[in-house]
Ligand binder design. Structure first.
Ligand SMILES: *[C@@H]1O[C@H](CO)[C@@H](O)[C@H](O)[C@H]1NC(C)=O
Ligand SMILES: *[C@@H]1O[C@H](CO)[C@@H](O)[C@H](O)[C@H]1NC(C)=O
Ligand SMILES: *[C@@H]1O[C@H](CO)[C@@H](O)[C@H](O)[C@H]1NC(C)=O
Ligand SMILES: *[C@@H]1O[C@H](CO)[C@@H](O)[C@H](O)[C@H]1NC(C)=O
Length: 725
């Protein structure tokens, strides 16, 4: 039984992801003092009856349960009761003998043995990697039962997801271009829960818990403290207590298997009661609903991630608590807007953080369930742009209330999450922008920054005849550079094309970016590997700004006018807004730079980099990965937009060294995951794909040739290069 190679690293994080105890709370009342919460239930038959579900009582039960406390059970699943008990008992036995089982020890001394695997959203089940198991503990007949059980969970979860879509459909915003998730490059959307869940890999666990019993210790103890799970939701069966009887056989005791506490909306911890002797499948929402489902609902009621805790029972020396759960995650290629990384990358980061000894969550922060809504931000914070932001010395409720006008009259302003244009951020509606807590009574909604087309400048500088193809060729001046890459293809009229031209001369990179149209800025520089927003945060860049209007103003912030010029910058490690990194690196590494503007026709910049950009060294004899961006919507130094940026790999060792660049991102391979590998190039394996599929015009060599010719010429060029060397 084998896992796919790609799945293996995930396992390091699986066990951690299930429990990230990072919520502060009242102590969990052990003993019998806690109130009981009976979890609402929907029958399996009703859940599968898609035709009659909408507006049925079952739909209301489902929706109320998930928006109220965040969990629901599915009852009367045919064949489930027997299968569940057989599988839990069998997997306890198997797990205790399997070499691939992992053990975790909790603070209260409880230890947990785990077998983990993956179930895909499309129903495919990855075999459980057991390693070797002593005593034939993991029999073929057990594995067959386990498969049946897992398939039943898959089918029930699929129905659950689809019915939840039915219940939420009227609140979804995907018809207005706001799907629940985008993939990394915005080339595909995940509109509904069924899309999100059906296209992801989910983590499954069979756990056995054991609490060493001291002779004088009879109390219950909190094994896993209050937390919300990561992921969108988890499907689990309540634990059972199994025991080893005299002949070594393991059986189900039907005794209580500890307590599952949920923190109710009012903060009370209550013991969850699941009904049907626990022979139900429980669906409980995780942190993911606050991260990327709720913000994409037009209005409430919103889904609730349920904080929960587990208290181990008192149990005998030969007893264990056996449990099964599956955590439903977003697709690994989906973009976490908050982090600017794909969920797959976030998972890798988390694993990295653990390996580097930084502990759980150092890469991504622990489960932020409590910080995703207004009412749950800290006392010194407000909810602003998908996160809790600290109040500042200029803006807090007290400071805003005390604000006075020039005559000393009290203004009694409110503190709001506000853009630089004094417009107010709307949760779940507004996305990219520079939002901050600010004292203002504005009621204006966010609008796009004043566009180039609407500016006074545009009225006075019309697109004219001089913007001809011939004038563009002259502006590009390809013959002055060895390489010319078409980063963005043009529209039918040629307008909108972007080129990077470059020549390597010894330790110098002579470069040019040329845009067919008016651009507010263009930028280029080495990728900051591992930095936020696909290696943009923290990157060193050369940036040309076209700044025709000295009065350009972001009314609430300091001036951002820099003039029409080329300068080097280091993008802020954490924030993307230009104002947070607008001080140029000076002296930098670039000389002979010039901003090129031809009326309403073309915008570009030239520069000569002396072995580095903004002091970040380039490998002038090897491969380098770069990022580029262009902003064409306004004269503000704003967000480039999704198709106006990319990554590319340039090999300066080869005279014609561009390869495998992605513009915009290739749908099946996020750019940051593409190795910028030198070895590909030393073997001169240029396939026709490398150039044409990404729109690379190797035009200096072979203007507008077909695939085959281009390939042949590339081969010749490579051959020649080798001979010369
Ligand atoms: C058992 O009780 C004794 C005396 O109260 C105490 O010192 C000891 O730590 C206890 N053992 C455990 C495992 O709690
Ligand atoms: C701002 O809004 C608050 C609360 O609505 C109001 O009391 C106050 O008078 C307003 N201030 C101004 C200057 O409009
Ligand atoms: C602002 O947006 C909200 C919701 O999107 C809308 O209901 C409201 O009418 C808008 N207000 C203005 C002033 O446009
Ligand atoms: C530059 O790239 C070449 C070819 O891959 C490599 O041999 C060399 O070590 C690199 N130099 C630096 C400074 O990274």
């Amino acid at each position: 039984m084998h896992l796919q190679a790609g799945s293996v690293p995930i396992f390091a994080a699986i066990i951690l992801q299930f429990a990230l105890p990072c919520l502060s709370h009242e102590p969990i009342p052990v003993g019998d003092s806690a109130p009981v919460y009976t979890v609402p239930t929907v029958s399996h038959a009703k859940l599968l009856d898609a035709a009659n579900f909408v507006d049925s009582d079952s739909m209301h039960v489902l929706k109320d349960a998930l928006t109220n406390q965040g969990l629901v059970t599915v009852s009367d699943i045919p064949g489930f009761a027997e299968l569940r008990r057989e599988v839990l008992v069998g997997m306890h036995v198997c797990g205790s003998a399997a070499t691939k089982a992992r053990t975790t020890v909790f603070e209260d001394g409880t230890s947990r043995n785990t077998l983990a695997t993956i179930a895909k959203g499309d129903g495919e089940l990855i075999d459980i990697d057991i390693g070797k198991a002593a005593y034939g503990a993991c029999t073929a007949s057990l594995m067959k039962k386990v498969s049946e059980f897992r398939s039943l969970v898959s089918a029930t979860a699929k129905a659950f997801t689809e019915r939840l879509d039915d219940a939420l459909r009227s609140q979804y915003l995907y018809t207005e271009g706001k799907p629940l998730l985008w993939n990394y490059d915005h080339s595909r959307s995940y509109d509904t829960m069924a899309d999100v869940v059906g296209n992801a890999e989910h983590l499954e666990h069979f756990h056995s818990y054991y609490r060493p019993v001291a002779s004088n210790d009879t109390a219950e103890s909190v094994a896993i403290d209050l937390h919300a799970d990561q992921g969108i939701f988890i499907a689990f069966t309540p634990g059972i207590l199994v025991e080893e009887v005299s002949n070594g056989e393991i059986r189900d005791t039907s005794k209580p298997a500890g307590k599952f506490y949920v923190s109710l909306r009012d903060g009370t911890p209550a013991v969850a009661k699941f009904g049907q002797g626990g022979d139900v499948l429980v669906f409980m929402l995780g942190d993911g609903v606050d991260q990327y489902i709720n913000p994409k609902l037009s209005s409430g009621p919103y889904l609730r991630a349920t904080p929960h805790a587990m208290v181990m029972p008192q149990h005998g020396e030969k007893e264990w608590r056996a449990w099964y759960g599956r955590m439903f995650l977003p697709p690994s290629d989906a973009l976490s807007e908050k982090h600017g990384l794909s969920f797959g990358q976030l998972r890798e980061r988390m694993i990295d953080g653990v390996h580097k000894g930084k502990g759980v969550g150092s890469g991504v922060g622990c489960s932020r369930m409590l910080q995703e809504t207004d009412e749950e931000c800290g006392d010194n914070q407000m909810y602003c742009w998908m996160r809790c932001m600290d109040y500042t010395e200029e803006a807090s409720p007290l400071i805003c209330a005390a604000a006075t006008n020039a005559d000393g009259l009290a203004l009694n302003l409110q503190v709001q999450c506000t853009s630089q244009f004094d417009q107010i951020y709307r949760r779940g509606i507004d996305t990219h922008g520079d939002y901050n807590p600010i004292c203002t009574n504005s009621t204006e909604n966010i609008t796009a920054a004043p566009s180039i087309a609407d500016s006074d400048w545009a009225q006075n500088t019309p697109y004219t005849e001089s913007c001809s193809d011939a004038a563009w060729e002259t502006f590009l001046s390809k013959s002055e550079y060895t390489n010319s890459l078409n980063l963005k293809t043009d529209g039918d009229d040629g307008y909108g094309a972007l080129y990077l031209l470059y020549t390597v001369q010894g330790n110098q990179l002579k470069g040019k970016m040329a845009y067919r149209g008016v651009a507010g800025w263009l930028a280029f520089g080495p990728e900051n590997h591992g930095g936020g927003h696909n290696g943009m945060n923290g990157a060193h860049i050369v940036m040309g700004t076209y700044d025709p209007d000295p009065t350009i103003d972001e009314p609430l912030f300091e001036p951002i006018y820099v003039g029409t010029t080329v300068a080097e910058y280091i993008i802020n490690d954490d924030t993307s807004a230009f104002r947070t990194w607008k001080t140029p690196v000076s002296p930098g590494s670039v000389s002979d730079s010039e901003m090129l503007v031809e009326g309403g026709c073309f915008t570009g910049m030239t520069f000569t980099a002396d072995g580095a950009i903004a002091k970040d060294a380039l490998n002038m004899t090897g491969a380098n990965s770069f990022i580029w961006g262009v902003h064409t919507a306004s004269f503000y130094k704003n967000y480039h937009g999704y198709t106006n940026r990319g990554h590319l790999c340039l090999d300066f060792c080869s005279e014609l060294g561009h390869q495998n660049f992605v513009s915009p991102f290739s749908p099946d391979q996020p750019a940051t995951l593409q190795a910028c590998s030198y070895s590909d190039y030393t073997t001169c394996e240029v396939t026709s794909n490398d150039c044409n599929d990404y729109g690379v015009a190797c035009s200096n060599v072979a203007p507008r040739l077909g695939h085959l010719q281009l390939f042949a010429i590339a081969m010749l060029a490579c051959l020649a290069h080798h001979l010369v060397r």
